[in-house]
Design a protein around this ligand. Structure first.
Ligand SMILES: [Zn+2]
Ligand SMILES: [Zn+2]
Length: 140
């Protein structure tokens, strides 16, 4: 597992320090998208500014992608190894209105959207809101 984590970092041109490997391991342990606060909560002993700087670095190197789910806190999720965060790589996300968790819908591509010719799209944020499988009983 740690070899895998090391190679994930190297594949994105990130030097695999012990702290970066530990942070990536914690990121991969989330089965959903995580916020800075989520990561701080599971890494109580780690320095908060180090966690923040590492998230910023991972994001710049496209190891993780960010999701604005409208909750006010930016969420992140680890990219697939073949993802380069281009619009073609973008998938939809699902935000649960009850438990406030956000999930990647990796198999749901963002549909082709026709925008006026003179506009240059850089990213698309498609968030579907509703109730996740654990919260269906709250759907009305
Ligand atoms: Zn839920
Ligand atoms: Zn995602």
């Amino acid at each position: 597992m740690s070899e895998n984590i090391e190679s994930l970092l190297q594949a994105r041109g990130i030097k695999p320090t012990a702290m970066r490997m530990l942070i990536l391991k914690n990121m991969l342990d989330f089965s959903r998208a995580f916020s800075l606060a989520d990561l701080e909560a599971v890494m109580e002993t780690a320095d908060k500014s180090t966690i923040f700087r590492t998230i910023t670095l991972f994001h710049e190197k496209q190891l993780i992608h960010s999701i604005d789910d409208g909750s006010g806190a930016v969420k992140y999720s680890v990219c697939n190894s073949n993802c380069y965060c281009s619009i073609d790589d973008t998938h939809a996300h699902f935000y649960c209105l009850h438990c406030h968790k956000t999930f990647c819908l990796e198999k749901v591509a963002v549909p082709d959207i026709n925008i006026p010719d003179k506009l240059i799209p850089v990213s698309i944020n498609l968030v579907i809101k509703g109730f996740c499988e654990n919260c269906t009983k709250f759907a009305t």
